[in-house]
Design a protein around this ligand. Structure first.
Ligand code: ADP
Length: 480
């Protein structure tokens, strides 16, 4: 029997008040890879109380002092990269190479915010009255409750807790229940980095119950969430009762637009990156491919060639480029989108099936898939598929594709491939998306703002933009 992994509250590793446990499954093999304690609102409340007490001293430290802890953590995460990447791959199936990239990105966040902590500046503003002076200060918002998803199980944690801690906030984190093991390892490193007790707390437990405590408890001043638009809306509504600040990184439905003047090889490489990374399970993944009419055949042929050479397999195998879906439910959604497209006239030109032969039979594998003749009536055109399927839609001209691309409630990421400079600018301005990759299928960087328009979210993560999310603005008027 595997050792029971615990939560980290007020500087101690503890079991859930209710004594429940949860198994963590490897989606490549169906094997149990860990057992964790599984709590509820009672554990969340304990953690919030600890964070509230710790806030009083943590927020008083100088930025330089806070920065040192974050820098320690950066070094610890970097040194632990092989172990952490192995855990990420085992608990959610991500190919090892990508998992290492994720862990290095995690470390980079701690380094970035170790630096950013020192650059929180206020302002003085000229007064209209001669005997008054206006001072504007920035102060940490207070206790932050964060909820993270399973698709980037360590980096999503870093992107929330690093800027929060840098700003002087204390944190209670709830990771996704299917991927708590990498978060637990990260908290072991947080403990080693020497953070004072109560500053960073880990609660693993029943999402609804923990979520209600996070949104309802008055000691929490901010809720940060990455996940589905459905849950984001629930949290926003619940947080309204105590007027908490919220940052929401929600779903996406990214258009990937290829014009006839594009470098097709570069576009295929960019599409592969944006569509198949993490087996299509990221919110900035391409979900609709728009190809200009005259190059549909040429582009599709190149794409299919690339997919023929893509190795699908166990995430822990070094050669794997495309891993499994995270669970049976995720796989069934992808297969349902493929079936629905077929029924409505879609033509499968590559893949289209669950993989069941040999070792594949134990996991949740789907062939990388390309569907032609996709129409607006299909689920795959309107919903986030979160899997390795490329729906191809032909378009005639620029104005038409802008309209098609913007015709959605989502607005996270969009991609454009063209060699025409003027068009690059026109497209980047016309697309109603928070992130636009121009001839770039993998635009994310630690220092760049990450977040969505419309129902894809509120607020930004990344760089100095994330700091603002954890700071209050205070106006002090001096009469002299
Ligand atoms: P997905 O469907 O991709 O798993 P979710 O939005 O359901 O996305 O999950 C993202 C995170 O939100 C996870 O940590 C999950 O436990 C949490 N979550 C799910 N439902 C709720 C809820 N009702 N309240 C709070 N958190 C929730």
């Amino acid at each position: 029997m595997a050792e029971l992994k615990k939560m980290y509250i007020n500087g101690e590793w503890v079991e859930a008040e209710g004594g429940d446990k949860l198994e963590v499954i490897n989606p490549s093999t169906g094997e149990t890879v860990g057992i964790v304690t599984f709590g509820d609102s009672r554990d969340a409340q304990k953690a919030i109380d600890a964070a509230d007490v710790a806030f009083k001293s943590w927020s008083k430290l100088t930025a330089r002092e806070r920065s040192k802890y974050l820098y320690n953590l950066y070094e610890l995460v970097r040194n632990d990269r092989d172990q952490l990447a192995g855990i990420v791959s085992a608990e959610m199936g991500k190919p090892l190479r990508e998992a290492k990239g994720e862990v290095l990105g995690t470390a980079d966040n701690f380094m970035w915010y170790a630096e950013e902590a020192k650059r929180v500046y206020g302002e003085t503003v000229p007064s209209s009255v001669p005997n008054k002076r206006i001072m504007v200060n920035k102060q940490p918002v207070g206790v932050v409750a964060a909820i993270t998803p399973w698709n980037f199980p360590v980096n999503m944690v870093a992107r929330k807790i690093a800027p929060a801690l840098a700003a002087g906030c204390t944190v209670v984190l709830k990771p996704a229940e299917s991927t708590p093991l990498s978060a637990i390892r990260l908290f072991e490193l947080i403990e080693q980095a020497g953070f004072p007790k109560g500053v960073v707390n880990l609660v693993i437990g029943e999402p609804e119950s923990v979520g209600q405590e996070f949104t309802g408890n008055k000691k929490v001043r901010k809720v940060g969430f990455t996940g589905s638009t459905r849950v984001g809306k629930l949290l926003m509504e619940a947080a309204a009762k105590t007027v908490k600040r919220v940052s929401l990184e929600l779903g996406g439905h990214a258009p990937f637009i290829v014009f006839e003047d594009a470098d097709l090889d570069a576009a295929v490489a960019g599409l592969f990156e944006s569509k198949f990374r993490n087996t299509g399970q990221q919110c900035i993944c391409t979900n609709r491919l728009y190809v200009q009419e005259s190059i549909v055949s040429a582009f599709t042929e190149k794409l299919v060639e690339r997919l023929k050479n893509a190795k699908v397999g166990d995430g822990r195998d070094k050669a794997t480029e495309i891993g499994p879906l995270v669970n049976e439910r995720g796989l069934q959604k992808v297969l349902d989108h493929i079936d629905d497209a077929k029924k409505k006239g879609g033509k499968i030109v590559f893949g289209g099936n669950r993989l069941t032969d040999g070792e594949y039979g134990k996991g949740f594998f789907c062939e990388p898939t390309v569907v032609l003749d996709v129409t607006k009536e299909m689920k795959i055109y309107n919903e986030e598929t979160f899997g390795p399927v490329v729906p191809v839609v032909a378009f005639r001209e620029e104005a038409e594709v802008i309209e098609l691309a913007n015709d959605t409630d989502y607005g996270l990421a969009a991609y454009v491939y063209t060699k025409d400079n003027s068009r690059c600018f026109r497209m980047s301005e016309a697309l109603e998306y928070g992130i636009v990759g121009i001839n770039d299928g993998a635009p994310t960087q630690t220092q760049a703002p990450f977040g969505g328009f419309k129902e894809s979210g509120i607020g930004r993560e990344g760089g100095r933009y994330a700091m603002e999310e954890f700071l209050e603005t205070k106006f002090v008027s001096f009469q002299i």
